[in-house]
Design a protein around this ligand. Sequence first.
Ligand code: GDP
Ligand code: MG
Length: 304
Amino acid sequence: MKVGTVSIIGLPNAGKSTLLNALAGMKLAIVSSKPQTTRTLVQGVLTEPELGQIVFADTPGIHKSDSIFNQRMMRTVRSSLSNLDALIYVVDSRRYIDDEQRQALDVLKNVEVPVILVLNKIDLIGKKVKLIELLTAYQQIREFTSYIPVSAASGEQVEVLKKEIFKHLPEGELIFPEDHVTDQPSRFLAAEMIREKLLDATQQEVPHSVAVFVEKWEETPKITRVAATIYVEKEGQKRIVIGKGGSMIKEIGTLARQEMETFFEQKFFLELFVKVRPDWRENVEFLNELDWRRMASGSSLDEK
Ligand SMILES: Nc1nc2c(ncn2[C@@H]2O[C@H](COP(=O)(O)OP(=O)(O)O)[C@@H](O)[C@H]2O)c(=O)[nH]1
Ligand SMILES: [Mg+2]
């Protein structure tokens, strides 16, 4: 058996979370076109009975950090670069190498494990020639262990990538039971599903300003009762999230509940509240509470 830990890093919107979901065969990380969708480390475990086990860590996009919150995200990215067996660097194949990309690639400087360059979103590029040009350009910056074009969205070439990753992992015993998919607590996964619906429904600064926290998770034989609070930074944002006569919050609640019911395979009663919390992005205690790695584990997926 081959077993190892693999981090997925790259610029915001490259498709890291979509790739994690494709590799894990399950939607564990939320995805959106808005930057900073992924705010913390997202763990996904892939077990292939014939091949072994990969523990993936999806990470926030590499970006300039200004607020305490952003600095934390970058700390998460950096910490994901140690204690690992291989690294996946994801790029959007439509995008040429610019200064932002060059600076981001700097984080690979001291990485000694194999680094696989994943050229993602090949479903969006017309000519194969372009891909070869791009690949050559990356090769001039750094020699990667391998170069794999994929479409995380359609799944094209994802199997090829899987095999390539396994090639670089050491022999070992499975770390987790075969059916283990993630360490993230259910209440965190649910909060993320709610946040994803909020990201889809809002624009401009609102997506950045929302945080979701599940306050209550009560399982009964028939239904699971969940109460969650959506934190925003300003009164105006609260009005936007609630919508005319509560229309927006109702819609978000319905969509999130449906996703929770499909994912956890149980019925939910979901209550949403909206609260204003100015400057929560600078509030260390609040940020600690949001982090699933510090959360009281509550009910986990494995207990399902
Ligand atoms: N067409 C296409 N879109 C993709 C692909 N991978 C990701 N996306 C889209 O790109 C956006 C960012 O994806 P996400 O996984 O959240 O990127 P991340 O910020 O790197 O985690 C989302 O709108 C995805 O649906 C792909 O292979 N093809
Ligand atoms: Mg992401």
